[in-house]
Design a protein around this ligand. Structure first.
Ligand code: ATP
Length: 352
């Protein structure tokens, strides 16, 4: 199923709504057989981008190619894509099998073959034997799996998923996202996935395109974005980060010696130059040590015990730091003087 994974290319796509420019100039590529996520805060243009790919909106200018073919002005039903919506959009009076078979039959496939394909589709998403159930007789997660099966049996070049998990509770979200990712890797279809949830994006994607104000803020693998954020916005949006001013004292062999309020530390740095800079420091990259003779002193302002870790806020000369401490045996009370230390991982110099 879905053997003909297609690529997606946006070339200088612009989209305006009246006087408002939602997307000024967007160029991107999705390689065949990969899952790429469009991630960003509300209003950044993710849905507009996906809708232009689906043919539900048309660009004001620029070109969109699917599988190498220019589809910029083609209507939705002439594009080889299918979409999974946040709301599932199942027909309530049809059972799961009929829902999955519907698209196949309306594109001209005979009833018997459509039913067989639909049965295969339900089996793929782990719903074999549930074909006779109406949507109302299925859980939210099962309904979304029917919606995924319905999109997949059409064997599109590209599967589009628009916030597919947002109607599910947290525990189910994790399970269904794993299922979607496993299915995508097994069948190797191309998928473009929209979400505003960074954990979801990190968990399912080959590449993440982070958007802000209709532009790409940064794109890369989950690890690239987490380990080498290009801006304070990315550092704080992909996982949490403390953004701390520092001085880069020296750079050599891909490493930079930095100084934060007198605390010297060496961090990996590909293209840093000596001078003032900012550091993104992950909450788990900070250690809390005894205050005696600390190069970088701090004072605990707030502590919260969360079972498998403790969250602290500490005041320092570099600002308030948010710290995640895995050592739950001790709980430092507010007012405690500490020495701030840094681990080697989880620290990156950011350019802006
Ligand atoms: P969300 O996560 O809230 O769904 P989004 O990133 O998907 O946000 P879009 O829905 O793509 O954002 O909207 C991008 C911008 O374009 C927003 O400022 C939105 O108000 C605007 N916009 C979207 N559709 C229209 C429309 N039909 N008419 C006017 N403005 C629109």
């Amino acid at each position: 199923m879905t053997r003909k994974a297609g690529s997606v290319v946006f070339q200088n796509v612009r989209k305006t709504f009246g006087a408002f420019t939602a997307i000024p100039d967007l160029s991107l590529t999705v390689e065949p057989g990969t899952l790429v996520t469009l991630l960003g805060p509300s209003g950044c243009g993710k849905t507009t981008t996906l809708r232009m790919l689906a043919g539900l909106e048309h660009p004001t200018s620029g070109r969109i190619l699917i599988g190498g073919k220019d589809v910029t002005m083609l209507p939705a039903n002439e594009r080889d894509v299918s979409m999974v919506f946040q709301s599932y959009a199942l027909f309530p009076h049809m059972n799961s099998l009929e829902n999955v078979a519907y698209g196949l039959q309306s594109s001209g496939m005979g009833k018997k073959e459509a039913r067989e394909r639909a049965e295969n589709g339900l089996e793929l998403v782990g719903l074999a034997g549930m074909g006779q159930r109406l949507p109302a007789e299925l859980s939210g997660g099962q309904q979304q799996r029917v919606a995924v099966a319905r999109a997949l049996v059409l064997e599109p070049q590209v599967l589009l998923l628009d916030e597919p998990l947002s109607n599910l509770d947290a525990r189910l979200r994790r399970r269904v996202r794993t299922e979607i990712r496993e299915l995508q890797q097994r069948l190797e279809f191309t998928a473009v996935y929209v979400t505003h949830d960074q954990d979801e994006a990190l968990a399912v994607s080959d590449r993440i395109i982070v958007m802000k104000d209709g532009r790409i803020a940064q794109e890369g693998s989950p690890r690239d974005l987490y380990e080498t954020p290009a801006s304070s916005f990315i550092a704080d949006f992909i996982g949490e980060a403390n953004v701390v001013p520092c001085d880069i004292v020296a750079v050599s062999d891909g490493k930079a010696t930095i100084s934060i309020e007198g605390l010297r530390h060496v961090v990996p740095a590909l293209s840093a130059r000596p001078g003032r800079a900012k550091l993104a420091v992950r909450p788990s990259a900070i250690t809390l040590e005894p205050a005696d003779d600390a190069a970088f002193p701090g004072r605990i302002r707030h502590a919260a015990y969360l079972g498998d870790h403790i969250e602290y806020e500490a005041e320092t000369a570099g600002g308030t730091l948010f710290i995640v401490d895995p050592s739950v045996d001790r709980l430092l009370s507010p007012g405690t003087q500490v020495g701030i230390g840094l681990k080697t991982r989880g620290i990156a110099i950011i350019a802006e």
